[in-house]
Design a protein around this ligand. Sequence first.
Ligand SMILES: O=C(O)CCC(=O)c1ccccc1C(=O)O
Ligand SMILES: [Mg+2]
Length: 375
Amino acid sequence: MTIDIEYVILRHLQMKLKAPFTTSFGTFQRKEFILVEVVDRDGVSGWGESVAFAAPWYSEETVKTNWHMLEDFLVPLALAEPIHHPEELAKRFSAIRQNNMAKAAIEGAVWDLYAKRLGVPLCQALGGTKKDIEVGVSIGIQPTVADLLQVIERYVAQGYRRIKVKIKPGWDVDVIRDVRRAFPDVPLMADANSAYTLADADRLKALDEFGLLMIEQPLAADDLLDHARLQPLLHTPICLDESIRSYDDARKALDLGSCRIINIKIGRVGGLWEAKRIHDLCAERGVPVWCGGMLEAGVGRAHNIAITTLENFALPGDTAASSHYWERDIITPEVEVQGGLIRVPDAPGIGYDVDRRQVERYTQFAKVFHRTATA
Ligand SMILES: O=C(O)CCC(=O)c1ccccc1C(=O)O
Ligand SMILES: [Mg+2]
C-alpha cells in the first residue's frame, strides 16, 4: 500500500462547550482546535484532530504551537515522500522533539486514510477486536457539592460505566465522602491533574476509605519518582495521565512502581502508533489501560473509539457521547452512548462521516499545503 498525499488542509475551528468544564488548573468554556485533512491523488480524505488546548495548562503545547509545528515541519515531512504504513510517518517525525499533539494530529489523519484505502475500519487496522466499548464520564469541579451530586445522578441514569470526579486541594476528601454516601456502589475515581505534592500524602491517603478505582495524576507531570514514593503509601491504585508521553515514560513508570494503571491519550503520546506500543507494553506487564479524553470533537472522538477496541483497554474511558460536549458535533452520526456502551462503527477508516457543513460553520481560518509547493 502506498499513500501519496496530494495536499493537506489545516483548519482552525472553535466550538462552544455546552457547559463550562473546570479542572484543578482552569476552566474551559470552548474548544479551539486544528482539524487536519490529508487528501491523496484519488481524492480520498483522511481526518485527524489536534487535541492541544488554546492555553498551555495541561501541557506546554497550544493550538498555535501545533499550527507552527504542522505548517513548518510536520506537513512538509508528510508531503516529502510516499508513506507505506503510518508507522513510517511516526518514525519520520521522531527526528522532531516532542510536540506530540501536533504529530498525533497528522499521523491520525494518515491512519484514517490508510484504513480507508485498505477498506477496513480503523479499529481493525490497529488490531482492535471489540465491537462495543465501555465508557465513563469525567465531571468537572462544580460550584457546590449539591450541583455535583445532581450532575452525577444524571450520568448514572444514562448508564455511564464509571464516574470520574475532578479534585483539587479544598475540593477532595469531603466531596468524595458525600459522593460516596449518595452513590455507594457507583464505580468512582478522582483526577487531580497534578494539584498535589508528596507533602499531601496524608490527604491522598484519606481517599483510600472510599474504594476508588484509582486516583489519576496526583503529583507533577515530570515526577515519576515522587509517584513511586506515593504509590506504596496508598491502597488506591495511581493512574498516570500527564506523566506518560511516550513508550519509554511508560516503561520507566512501571519499572519504578509509579502507577498501577495508565491513561492513554493519543495526542499526549504522539500518535496511534505510540499509543498501541504503550498498550502492548502494559498488556505484557499485566497493567490495564484506558483511553483519556481532551474534550475532543467528533474526529478525535472517533480515533479514541478505534484505539479503545484493543483488548487491554480494560477499563471504561472518558469518551462520552458527542451530546455531552456539543450542541452539534462535526461528524454524522454523532457518537452515542447506550447503556454505557458505544457501538464501534464498521465503515472504513474512522467510520463516521465528517459533516463538512458543520466544519465550515466552526472554521475560523484554514490553509492548504500542496505537495508540489513544499516537496
Ligand atoms: O471528557 C473528556 O474529554 C475528558 C475530560 C478530562 O478529564 C480532561 C479534560 C481536559 C484536560 C484534561 C483532562 C484530563 O483527563 O485530565
Ligand atoms: Mg487526567
